[in-house]
Design a protein around this ligand. Structure first.
Ligand code: HEC
Length: 151
């Protein structure tokens, strides 16, 4: 029994060593989009080309602001920096929408993420209409995108 256990531990240790080695080598051993430690949260390719069907009118941006204040601000913060009162306690921290890096993705990627969520961020598929999800994206651009008139 004891040698058997030893063997199991050894296998686990070998595996851990192999994982560490590939981490050091820079390989993404997890693939598939749900990797927490090595990769960012990614939307599937099909989401990327989804076009925002809602023009960024004053009405849409206003609606998006209401959605943001009620559904996002507690975590993502009033200034979009991921520093809302609830967000401070979360791991990983909520995204900072003022980083240019965040805007390297498409509106379709962002829409997909808001729709599906990624623990601890909830999914908004059931609680926000599609229209509201696009409105909040128009608001994010207006308010936080450095290239879109944001702060
Ligand atoms: C309970 C806290 C919480 C709430 C509420 C929340 N989020 Fe998040 N959000 C997070 C966390 C945490 C992450 C990072 C998740 C990760 O990387 O795994 C995140 C990530 C995101 C991302 C992806 C960031 C990236 O780098 O691509 C988007 C987009 C986003 N949130 C938008 C929203 C919007 C819009 C709302 C409101 C409709 C919202 N979130 C509400 C916690 C929250």
């Amino acid at each position: 029994m004891i040698p058997m256990r030893f063997k199991v531990c050894l296998t686990a240790a070998t595996l851990a060593a192999a994982m560490t080695a590939s981490l050091v080598a820079g390989y993404n051993i997890t693939r598939g989009g749900h990797a927490r430690c090595f990769d960012h949260w990614k939307a599937p390719r099909s989401a990327r080309t989804m076009v925002n069907p809602i023009p960024a009118t004053a009405a849409s941006i206003h609606s998006g602001q209401v959605v943001y204040t009620q559904n996002c601000e507690a975590c993502h913060g009033h200034n979009g920096k991921g520093d809302g009162p609830t967000g401070a306690f979360l791991s990983p921290h909520p995204a900072n929408f003022t980083r240019p890096q965040f805007w390297k993705q498409s509106d379709g990627d962002i829409f997909w993420k808001i729709t599906h969520g990624h623990s601890p961020m909830p999914s908004f598929q059931g609680s926000l209409s599609r229209h509201q999800r696009w409105d909040v994206i128009n608001y994010l651009h207006k308010e936080f995108d450095p290239a879109g008139g944001g702060k």
